[in-house]
Design a protein around this ligand. Sequence first.
Ligand code: HEC
Length: 193
Amino acid sequence: MKYTKYFSLIVLFIVVMTSCNKDKNNPGYDYMGDHDMYYTKYYKAYTPNPVFRDSMTNQLPVEGAVSRGNMPFPYATAGIGDRAVNQTLAGMQLTNPIAYNEETVARGKELFNVYCKVCHGETAKGDGHLYTSGLFPAKPTSLVEAYVQNKPDGEIYYVITAGSISGLMGPHGTQVSPDDRWMVINYLRSLAK
Ligand code: HEC
């Protein structure tokens, strides 16, 4: 009985000592090593995938998914008639989510100077360099007069996103992020006469 105890201790000692593996490139044996839980089967982004029905690993977001920082814009942007209706609709339905304060007005000014000043001018009265130099044929609207200042934020947001109804001013939705558009609007409000 005594010897069996020592014998099993010696066997255990040998097993423990030999189970350490000095080969750094080989993990050695492991318990349940073939199990998926330990070694996950993964598929690289652009490789075929047997799990999905369309066999693509990179899946499109589900329909209706809204990406971070984006606001749904369910308004028609083509056709003069549809544009007019949708600009009015945006004016009634959208509210500016960006607080009006010194900081957002200052950021709006920076953005205005980058995206709008060339046409609408330093003081937003419609006398930007592109127009006064004759390079751009259409007179940009003054943004400080009642005509624009009386429009709700959502309408101006529509114009920045989709362009003016006539199409003379092009859309800026791909260049200016939604939050930035609202900040430009805050800046325009600070210019009200
Ligand atoms: C390439 C020149 C150009 C740029 C850049 C430009 N605009 Fe305009 N914008 C115009 C012209 C031209 C009009 C008049 C268009 C018309 O009457 O259809 C106009 C009209 C507008 C109007 C009045 C729309 C209406 O309903 O009558 C607003 C508001 C406006 N712009 C805001 C902006 C803002 C904000 C930016 C910067 C994000 C900007 N624009 C950039 C040329 C420009």
